[in-house]
Design a protein around this ligand. Structure first.
Ligand SMILES: Nc1ncnc2c1ncn2[C@@H]1O[C@H](COP(=O)(O)OP(=O)(O)OP(=O)(O)O)[C@@H](O)[C@H]1O
Ligand SMILES: [Mg+2]
Length: 169
């Protein structure tokens, strides 16, 4: 998330110590995504990335959201649904870069699908200009801190209202 544009809609969320909240956030985001959207999902080991993607898959109405797992050694896992979800992982950046250089870019950034990229900062130069950034962090207090930011022209205006929509009460 380097050099953010101050005009980008941004939302800061504190999630309680409950994985269901992470999943619910993912679901709300998934319900709002459109074919061709790219989600860059960053967060340290164990921050809740897979949990969030599972919720995202639920929100997108993917056929089997519980099949979501970490794609680290597979690079990209495709989940079927009305809007298919491509779940990519750049934890091993040389592997993903090699794949992207060998024609994978067209496969990954498909206008008919949604793509979520974990460890996106490692393949930053390959990301499109319009990206929904989600950064998960483990903080001193229980739960998770999340920053969501829609970057790029006309991108993701609903982000500004996400905290209200989430209603974590
Ligand atoms: N809001 C939350 N509060 C407490 N625990 C949470 C929260 N969200 C997720 N978790 C838990 O954190 C753990 C790690 O979650 P998850 O596997 O989704 O993280 P990850 O970022 O994908 O990890 P990895 O980097 O190892 O792939 C799981 O036990 C999950 O249930
Ligand atoms: Mg994971």
């Amino acid at each position: 998330m380097s050099a953010p544009d101050p005009a980008s809609p941004t939302c800061h969320i504190q999630l309680a110590d409950d994985p269901l909240q992470t999943e619910r956030l993912g679901e709300l985001v998934g319900e709002r995504l459109q074919p061709g959207d790219t989600v860059a999902l960053s967060g340290t080991l164990g921050a809740g990335k897979t949990t969030l993607v599972r919720g995202l898959a639920r929100g997108l109405d993917i056929d089997d959201p519980d099949a979501v797992s970490s794609p680290t050694y597979l690079l990209v896992i495709e989940h079927d649904g009305e809007i298919p979800l491509l779940h990519a992982d750049a934890y091993l950046p040389k592997k993903l870069e090699g794949f992207l250089d060998d024609g994978g870019l067209e496969y990954l950034f498909d206008p008919d699908k949604v793509v979520v990229v974990e460890w996106p900062e490692r393949v930053h130069k390959h990301l499109p200009e319009r990206v929904l950034w989600i950064e998960l962090s483990v903080t001193a207090e229980p739960g998770r801190k999340v920053v969501v930011r829609g970057e790029g022209a006309g991108g993701f205006p609903w982000v500004a209202d996400l905290e209200t929509i989430l209603d974590l009460g």
